[in-house]
Design a protein around this ligand. Structure first.
Ligand SMILES: [Zn+2]
Length: 129
């Protein structure tokens, strides 16, 4: 089974871009860039990371450690917190995080999101529209 991970920046596109560049740089430094497929989704302000090969132990931990080190060393980002839910890591301000930590899921296929409007849009895909 191939592992994947999503990092959600709670609509903060600038932060998503910044972290994307950081992750690419850090993974390259660790010579891991060739086995990770990492994509920035500007519209959703999130990053999707897929493993190109079979499961590597510690895959999520590597990413999480890179994020934690970065946030620890940048005092401008001290109001942000990192939370983990299944295969999603959420990076948001502490206050926002409380609102975001409840998952909404599709009754038909189990699709998960933290945004109500995204779930509404998603439901339409089942109606064949
Ligand atoms: Zn669905």
């Amino acid at each position: 089974m191939k592992d994947s991970l999503q990092i959600d920046f709670a609509r903060n596109v600038e932060l998503a871009k910044k972290i994307f560049n950081l992750l690419v740089m850090e993974l390259r430094k660790r010579k891991l860039l060739n086995i990770y497929d990492i994509q920035l989704n500007v519209d959703q302000a999130d990053i999707t990371i897929n493993l190109k090969s079979d499961n590597l132990p510690g895959f999520k931990k590597i990413i999480k450690n890179i994020l934690m080190d970065f946030f620890k060393n940048d005092t401008n980002l001290s109001s942000y917190e990192i939370s983990e839910f299944e295969n999603i890591i959420i990076v948001a301000k502490k206050i926002e995080l409380e609102k975001l930590t409840r998952f909404l899921s599709c009754e038909i296929c189990g699709y998960k999101t933290i945004y109500e409007e995204e779930l509404f849009t998603h439901r339409y895909t089942h109606a064949g529209l």
